[in-house]
Design a protein around this ligand. Structure first.
Ligand SMILES: N[C@@H](CCC(=O)N[C@@H](CS)C(=O)NCC(=O)O)C(=O)O
Length: 222
């Protein structure tokens, strides 16, 4: 009934996979290779820019993109025991706010470092990398403060934590969490979460394509 289009290495795809594993809903994963023209067309038929992930729900005739929207959709129509968005509207806003924080302040900034390495000359890469690392440090400080007395971003594990896991995984490889004890402890809790462990394990064969292989800690390679 549900098909997720994405790639195991893609952070936004992982975010959705983590959510679906948490919810416990059955689905098919259709791996998309954006280097392949036919697959690019498939993705463009789901998301206007051809970005992953996407969702098709044949039972309800729904096609959706945007990781957060997909997760909200599945949480609403195929709820599991653990709800990833709170019932209470004000609490939902709080969770959405932090979900966007991880997407915009962690993942997008990390993506700049990756794009600069992949697509730019060394002389152009360097100033972009300095700026991106400064942004990450600011975001880490904000998260460290927020997570001082919390197990998860909100009262219980939810949407924002699904966004946090892959974005912090990649950000932490490029710019480790030195000097942020609450953030480091939170990241260890995310690593121990079975849903994230499963998504990471599925991505292992592709991790060699990450453009900073020398920075990947050994414990992430098994
Ligand atoms: N806001 C989107 C971001 C989607 C996105 O940037 N996906 C990346 C993969 S992680 C992508 O498809 N990149 C391919 C490209 O930029 O051409 C979401 O939350 O789903």
């Amino acid at each position: 009934m549900l098909t997720i289009y994405g790639h195991p290495l893609s952070s936004y795809s992982q975010k959705v996979l983590i959510a679906l594993y948490e919810i416990g809903v059955p689905f098919t994963f259709r791996q998309v290779d954006l280097g392949d023209e036919a697959d690019r067309e498939v993705m463009a038929s789901i998301e206007p820019m051809g970005l992953m992930p996407g969702l098709k729900d044949t039972a309800r005739g729904v096609i959706l993109s945007q990781s957060s929207v997909i997760i909200e959709y599945v949480d609403l129509h195929y709820p599991g025991e653990l709800r990833l968005l709170p019932e209470e509207p004000d609490l939902t806003l709080f969770v959405r706010q932090w979900d966007r924080f991880f997407d915009f302040q962690i993942m997008q900034v990390t993506q700049r470092l990756v794009d600069a390495r992949l697509f730019m000359e060394k002389a152009t890469e360097e100033p972009i990398a300095i700026f991106a690392r400064e942004r990450l440090e600011r975001a880490y400080a904000a998260l460290d403060h927020h997570l001082r007395d919390r197990e998860w971003v909100a009262e219980q594990f939810g949407l924002a934590d699904c966004a946090a896991a892959p974005s912090l995984f990649y950000a932490g490889i490029l710019n480790p969490f030195h000097g942020y004890p609450a953030l480091s402890a939170y990241f260890e809790r995310l690593l121990a979460r079975p849903s994230f462990h499963r998504a990471r394990t599925e991505a292992l064969p592709c991790l060699k394509y990450f453009p900073f292989p020398e920075l990947i800690p050994a414990r992430f390679l098994t």
